[in-house]
Structures are given as C-alpha cells and as structure tokens.
Design a protein around this ligand. Structure first.
Ligand code: GLU
Length: 615
C-alpha cells in the first residue's frame, strides 16, 4: 500500500467547525462580504494594494507573491474565516492576477495544520494523466522522446485539473465557509479588473508567441494583438462568469457539466490559429468525471527538535526537503560541528552536498508508483549512510550516484548509477495563511510551465496546464527503473514543497515557493536560514540562493557567484552558474500569538505579506 492509498482519518466536519465556530467564527455558509478595498468604488478597477514584504502582528496572516491575493486572504481572516478559507479565497484571486502560474486549469498541493487536533493533513490536487496513457506516450515509433517544446504547447500535455476539487475538499472538510462564498472576491476582481504589474507584463511577453497560437488565448491575453502595458487594467469577464457559474451550480459544473465539456473538447482538439498544428490531447470526459482530490498523509521528519511536514508522493518535495535536513544533521554528527556555528562557505557547501544527494535518491526512488520507500528515505539510518560520501574539503563529483534506502545501513553501502538530471523548468506560485486559532496552510499551485499549455478554454477565461510534461519522456538511465514514466491515471512527479513545521505540536513556520525543481532546495534553504542560521524569516527568504540538483553545475542567484563566498565555493569544487533570481518564496513565522508574514523583498518585484492586526 502506498502512502497515497492509506485512508486518513481526518477530523470530522463537526470537529473542524468546533475549532472555528466555537471560537466565534461566523456560521458556515454565511455570505462573505467583498474585501473592504473593493467596496463602494462604483465597480471600477480594483486599485493595486501596497506590496509589503514583512508584516508582524496577530489575528491571522497571509503571504503570497501577489498583493491582491494576500489582501483578499487577510480580509477573509478579518471577517472570521479560518486559514483554510483565506487560502482558498486567495488562491482563487491568484487565478485572476497570476493566470500564467495557477488557476482552475491546473493542480497543486495543500498542506494544512489543524490546531485543535495538532495534526497536519494534505490535499493532493495534482493533475492525473488520462487513462489512455502508457509508458511510451511521449515517444515516437523508434522509442525516441518527442520534442519537449512541442508537447508543452499542445493538448497532449494537459492533465486532468485538480485545483477546483482541492478548493472544494479544503472548504468542505477543513474550512468554515462555502466554496461559493470564497470565490466571490476573486469573481469581483476578475470582473472589475486589476492593475497590470511588471510580472504580469513579463509573463505575457515571454509567452506571447505561444499564446498567439490559440484563438481564445490570443483574444484574452493579447488584446488588440498587444501585450498589456504595465499600469493598464486587465479584466477577465469570462473567468468572472466561470467563477459565478461555479458559485451558483457547484464544482459539478466543471467536473461533470458544461465547463468540463468545453475543457475536454479544447484539450482534445485545441482551436489554433490558421496554419498552426499541435498535438491533440487524450483526456476524456470520463477522466474528468473520475477526478478526486484526496486527503492524504503528510510526510513527516524531525529536524533540530521540530516536526517537519510536507507533501508526499506524487510530490518529491516533502521527502527531499526532509532528507536534506536529515543529511545536514548527519554531517553535523560526522564533523562534530553544528551548522549554526560554521562559516557561510561551510554552510553552503554542506547544503549543496545534501541537496545533490537528495536529488540523486529522489530521481531513482520517488514517483507516483507503489512501494516508494518513503520511511527509509526519511530515516536517520539512510541519512547516516549517505553522509559517508560527504567530504568537508571537497564537492563530490556530480552526478552523485543514488543510494539504496533498504534498511541495512551497517554493511558496506551499495552505490547506484550516476543518473542525469531530468529537465524541470521554474514556474508556479505559492501562498500561506495562518489564523488566530493556530490553523495554518501552505499551498503551492501551478499550471506547470508559465502559461501552461498556452491553451485557454474558449469562453471560460482560464488556461490549461501542461503538467504531464513533468513525467520523464524516456527512462533517465537505460536498465534502471524510472518511477516517473507516464502511465494510465498516473500523476507526474512534482517538486512542489509546501511545508509546515511545528514544535511540540504548535506551528512555528509555513513556507513554500515556485521554481520547478529549485523549489526543494529553496524551501530547505529558507528553513535552514531561519531555524538554524538565525535569520529573521524575511531575511532567510531574501538571502541569495544556491541550488544543486545533482547536475554538473549549481545555480546561484542575486550575485552570490561574484562574492568571496561564491569564489570559496568554486575553490571547493562547486561549479556555480549565475542566474538573476531563483523562486519567489513566501512564508509565515509563528511565535505563539505573534505572526510574521514574509515575502520576497526583491525577487519578482517583491511579494506581499499581510497580517490582520499589525503591531
Ligand atoms: N510542475 C512543477 C512541479 O510540480 C511545478 C511547476 C514549476 O515550478 O515548474 O514540480
């Protein structure tokens, strides 16, 4: 039985309502008022709220990349909603303002810490492959991988979307409001319009060529054939109508009704402009009917007296982040030197080695298959064995061979092959919410590549994902089993790592980030920066990042490669490759009643951190 199949005895609806309603939350189903900033302005465009990268206070907190989403989330909290309500409302808003990274055409992973029970649950809203998929769906007749870019911008990469089902499960099982009410603010935002910022502009511009291939995408996202200018107002009345229909008729309108019918038809045979041909999709209406977002167990590991909860398979995020932290502790044992006390160079050297090792292991063992050795991958014994490879004076040769999490860590370790790094581009979005009762959410959602498949469902205002390109098209190494090949109904492996950390059952940190496979290293670096290296959360997020994913070189952002630290890492044998920025992270640090929401200060123009009652 895999972790995914295990039934999770979640708290009953009554328990959860008691957790909120008993503490003064408005009754479930109460109409949710519009955000204060959006009221009484005559229906004109919604002005862009201020972007603040750190907010300290109480009463609840939200952080994300986007000021509209954070504002809507914090307004839900201020009006008595819990963290789940806030996260769903904020995610619906991201579907409006960040349509190239998220939305109901995609999927994601929702991690929830329930204060009353002290337990952490996850919702798996990952996209499924159609039932027709096989291991060779992405190969040609000679067994060669299809052209990656051609699959990305096509119906073939579109997985059965899970985002709406996630919101429904979250609201019904863990929230205190009806999903219909949580969609209201985002519907209003889509109808009235928001102010285009540099990110939105850049995301459109860098995908304009792809969007222009599809009639509905060109009409919606390139009005008049142009990329919307920074400062202009962007409205999406089709999406507003879609949200309104979902509010009135429920999510069956999507999974069983007219929206679903349109979605399947478009994925099956995308409406391209004249002369453009793309692969057709294989999703059927039965695939859509069958979709279910499952509540499943979180991964759990211990780090420095904390409990670390993350997303289990099909994500590799929870396992890899946990393994990196275990390896850091195993290196401390090996060297006798605590991470808190070593130099920045030593810290990043250890961090890089741990990351590369964890990636070697995840690429061999983790995917949406039965028998993933989750407990062993997260065991102290395996970390101890893998830490034997660590050299304090020298970076290991990349790629590091994978290990064998076989439960025997006292004999001579077996060494696997040195496998190449699979391709994963950086995209996606993440948000966090915490409420005054101690409930916390970390939620990463995506449509995979920026702008997904670039296919908009005509008349419905949202883009379809290209999540199925997260499968490996062909095995990484011939003769070595690859857990991430496509298959019927299978979910592609993810790197998304929404993470919640508790101490004695009280949450102390929620965080996550976009960024493809860099998500795992960024989350681990933020956790280490904040919990171990003593950085305030906002500084742990702002710090330059290093990401070794077991490829020949390691990306370093914000000029890290050009510092003395960067030079010293190169001297240790690390091959640093410069990049402008990695990820666009956010988090919430919690200290009893005090909440510190934190977002980027610089990357992506900065993020948005809000609390209900600032101090
Ligand atoms: N598809 C990616 C994953 O699940 C997320 C999107 C991205 O960041 O590239 O890991």
């Amino acid at each position: 039985m895999t972790n995914r199949d295990r039934p999770v005895p979640g708290p009953s609806r009554r328990t959860l309502l008691a957790g909120g309603a008993g503490l003064g939350v408005a009754a479930a189903g109460a109409q949710l008022p519009l955000p204060a900033y959006a009221r009484g302005r005559g229906g004109g465009p919604v002005p862009e709220p201020l972007k603040v990268s750190e907010a300290v206070g109480s009463g609840g907190a939200v952080s994300s990349v986007d000021p509209y989403a954070s504002d809507i989330g914090v307004e839900v909290l201020a009006r008595g909603g819990n963290a789940v309500d806030a996260a769903v409302a904020a995610a619906a808003a991201l579907g409006v303002t960040e349509p190239f990274s998220s939305g109901i055409g995609g999927g994601g992973f929702f991690v929830f810490h329930h204060a009353r029970s002290g337990r952490t649950f996850t919702i798996n809203g990952r996209e499924n492959a159609p039932r027709s998929f096989t291991e060779t769906t992405f190969t040609d007749d000679d067994g060669n991988a299809l052209n990656f870019d051609a699959v990305v911008t096509s119906g073939l990469s579109v997985g059965v979307p899970g985002t709406l089902a996630t919101w429904e499960v979250a609201a019904r099982r863990f929230g205190t409001r009806r999903l219909a009410d949580l969609l209201r603010p985002a519907e209003d935002l889509a109808r009235r319009g928001f102010v285009v910022d540099q990110n939105y502009h850049d995301h459109t511009a860098s995908n304009a060529e792809r969007l222009a291939k599809f009639v509905a995408s060109a009409e919606l996202f390139l009005p008049g054939g142009e990329v919307p200018a920074v400062g202009s107002i962007f409205r999406n009345p089709d999406l507003a109508d879609t949200y309104e229909r979902l509010r009135r008729r429920g999510t069956k309108e999507f999974y069983h009704g007219a929206i679903g019918k349109a979605l399947v038809a478009e994925a099956e045979n995308p409406t391209t402009v004249g002369g453009v041909e793309v692969y057709h999709g294989e999703m059927t209406r039965v695939d859509l009917h069958r979709y279910q977002a499952a509540v499943q167990m979180a991964t759990h590991s211990r780090y420095d007296g904390h409990d670390v909860y993350g997303m289990s398979i099909p994500s590799s995020g929870g396992i890899a982040v946990g393994q990196i932290l275990n390896l850091i502790e195993a290196y401390e044992d090996r060297t006798g030197k605590a991470l808190a006390d070593v130099s920045e160079v030593d810290y990043l050297h250890r961090f890089s080695e741990a990351c590369a090792t964890a990636f070697a292991d995840r690429n061999r063992w983790v995917g949406d298959v039965r028998g993933v050795p989750i407990d062993e991958l997260l065991s102290r014994g395996f970390a101890r064995e893998r830490a034997e490879l660590f050299d304090p004076e020298r970076a290991q040769e990349r790629p590091i061979p994978f290990g064998f999490p076989d439960g025997d860590y006292d004999s001579e370790p077996r060494r696997g092959d040195r496998q190449p790094e699979p391709y994963e581009g950086p995209h996606t979005t993440h948000l966090n919410a915490a409420d005054r009762w101690g409930n916390v959410v970390a939620y990463t959602l995506t449509i995979e590549q920026t702008a997904g498949s670039a296919i908009t469902v005509p008349g419905h205002g949202f883009l379809l994902n290209n999540e199925l390109t997260d499968f490996n098209f062909v095995p990484l190494t011939e003769g070595v089993p690859d857990p991430n090949l496509p298959g019927p109904g299978k979910q592609p492996r993810s790197s998304m790592s929404p993470t919640i950390i508790t101490k004695r059952d009280d949450p102390v940190l929620a965080c996550g980030t976009p960024g493809g496979s860099t998500i795992i290293t960024t989350v681990a670096q933020i956790v280490l920066g904040h919990l171990t290296r003593g950085l305030p959360l906002v500084d742990a997020i702002a710090a330059p990042r290093l990401t070794s994913r077991n490829g020949s070189s390691e990306l370093a952002d914000l000029g890290l490669a050009d510092t003395a630290t960067g030079a010293a890492l190169v001297d240790l044998g690390h091959q640093l490759a410069r990049t402008t920025w990695i990820g666009n992270a956010s988090g919430i640090a919690i200290d009893r009643r005090k909440q510190t929401a934190a977002a980027e200060t610089e990357r992506g123009g900065g993020g948005s951190a809000r609390v209900v009652t600032p101090t």
